[in-house]
Each structure stands twice: as C-alpha cells, then as structure tokens.
Design a protein around this ligand. Structure first.
Ligand SMILES: [Zn+2]
Length: 309
C-alpha cells in the first residue's frame, strides 16, 4: 500500500490524545506545553459529541453527566488511568498504522455468545462508526452496553432512583466463550446515585468491577460494571461458554446498571485494539416487531437480542 493511502486511513482526530502529553508537559518540559492545545481540542470535540448525543437521544438534561464527568477529572483514581488510556491510544494508533480491524476485514477466532440469558437491549454499540459505543476510544470502538427494557423501552420500574428498580440489576453475567480468566478486579462499590444520569466521579476505578478472559491468541473479552462482590471467577481459572461469572451491577462510571462487553487483541486494556464481534446465533427483534435469526453476525444499537442454542 502506498504512503498516501496509509496516511488517508489514519483518523487524524486521534491526535487529540497527544494532548495528554501536553497536559503532563505543563509540569515538565516547556515546549511540550504546546501539545496542550490538542488536549483542549479533545475536550471541545468531546463536548460537541455529547451535545449531539443529547439531541439524538431526546434526553433533555445531560448536565449532571457533564458536571460529574468533569469533576471526575479531578479524581486522581480517574485522571491517572484516563491519562494512561490516552497515551495508550498512541500505541494503538502505531500498532494499526496500516489499517484498523473492521467488520469487513476481521474474522473472529472465537464463536461468541451474548454474555447473558434472555432478551436484552443494545443500548450502545455497533459494528460501524455511526452508532459506535465510542469510535475514538480505540479499545472500545466495537463495545456494547446491554440493558433490559420493558415494552415502553424503559429500563426500570418505579422511579429508577434505586438500583433494584432496574430490570437488569443483579442478573447473571455469562462467559461469552470458553477461555482462561486473566484479570479479575472486584474492589469498587456500586454507584447508588442512579436516575439523574450522573457518574460516580469519586469512584476508585471508572471501569468498575471487571473481568478479562483470554479466548484465543489476540482475542480477549472485557466485561465490566459487575455488582460489587459478585464476581465468581478467579485469575487463572478456565471458564466454559455460558458459565455464570458474576452479576450485573453499577460499579465505576455507569449511569445505570448495565453490562459493558467488548473484545480486544491484548490482555492490557490500555494498549489493546478493539475488535468487531460476530455472535454465534442470535434472535434479533427491532422495535418490538419483526424477529430474525442472525448467525455469525453483528448486532447493532436499538436491537433486542437473545442467544439461541
Ligand atoms: Zn460501555
């Protein structure tokens, strides 16, 4: 491939991640200060993205979300890992300089199932840029957020002010494929401030409680926001597809109980490239109407999805 084509493939907005160096540069070498401009550009883009999300989702008031997101930058337990994540983006960019894995060029080595039983709703996530969970966070480019909704598309009963109001809270989370557990982190309390779209800005880990499982060479799953103390597997343990590994919770940066699931090419979250996920056999229902069976295929935002044996 010629150089020009390679250059065109790079998403140059990614340069904002260099701003992290600039932020650190404020305290170090004077010339690095200029990278801080990238950091500002990153924040402006983030803000624009949120405003667009607000418009699209018909959610009137995301102010609590913005406020707690910015406050969380003052929390060293969030700021330093977020900085690592930002620096990791540069590593991921360099790793994929000749092109990123996408739905057309990447073949899964593993046959994945959805990490739950029964019908859930894809609140976020897609195999394409349009409805991506977070296209520019390269590890989570193909991530999904799953919740359970009722026929009115509501994810809770009562007022949604308590964790137990949420249909998916404490539901079992399953291993999406056979594999070996490489990381377990179960040290964060569930965030109880649900119902106002705020984030737990004082959390000790924005990932919440999470598990990383290796399924194949360069194929790992990352599953997060488990209920505190609910993870049933240990580091080094072999798991079988469909085995219960913990319970759905609301730990870390999560506005309501949900399962976050993505796959990545490395055990280390900060430097792993996110990979598209084809699921083995899924019953997909859109808008409560037509159902179709999809085999070895992707799922998309706003679909109701369920494993088929
Ligand atoms: Zn997520």
């Amino acid at each position: 491939m010629n150089t020009w084509k390679k250059l065109k493939q790079i998403d140059w907005t990614q340069l904002q991640h260099l701003g992290i160096i600039g932020f650190l540069g404020l305290f170090w070498i004077p010339i690095l200060k200029w990278f801080f401009l990238f950091y500002l550009i990153g924040f402006i883009q983030l803000f624009k993205g949120m405003k667009e999300a607000e418009k699209e989702s018909n959610i009137k008031n995301l102010n609590n979300y913005y406020l707690t997101f910015f406050l969380s930058q003052l929390n060293p337990f969030v700021f330093f890992p977020a900085t690592l994540q930002g620096l990791g983006q540069i590593v991921i960019l360099l790793k994929n300089i000749s092109g990123f894995p996408d739905r057309d060029n990447y073949q899964n080595k593993t046959d994945f199932i959805l990490p739950f039983q029964g019908q859930w709703f894809v609140a976020n996530g897609s195999s394409t840029k349009k409805n991506s969970h977070s296209w520019d966070i390269l590890t989570q480019r193909y991530a999904y957020d799953f919740i359970i909704v009722d026929p009115n598309k509501k994810s809770f009963e009562q007022e949604g002010k308590s964790l137990s109001d949420y249909y998916c809270y404490e539901k079992e989370v399953l291993a999406p494929a056979d594999g070996r557990v490489v990381t377990v982190s179960d040290r964060v309390k569930d965030y109880t401030g649900v119902g106002d779209l705020s984030l737990d800005w004082k959390t000790r880990d924005f990932r919440g409680n999470f598990v990383i499982i290796q399924h194949a060479d360069k194929e790992f799953s990352f599953i997060a926001h488990f209920k505190s103390g609910s993870i049933r597997v240990q580091k080094g343990q072999q798991v079988r597809q469909g085995e219960v590994i913990g319970l759905c919770g609301n730990s870390g940066h999560s506005t309501e109980p949900h399962i976050h699931f993505h796959i990545q090419d490395n055990a280390n979250l900060w430097i792993a490239t996110g990979l598209p996920i084809r699921f083995k056999k899924v019953l997909v229902t859109l808008d409560g109407e037509e159902s179709m069976v999809r085999m070895h295929d992707f799922i998309e935002k706003n679909e109701k999805v369920e494993n088929l044996a």
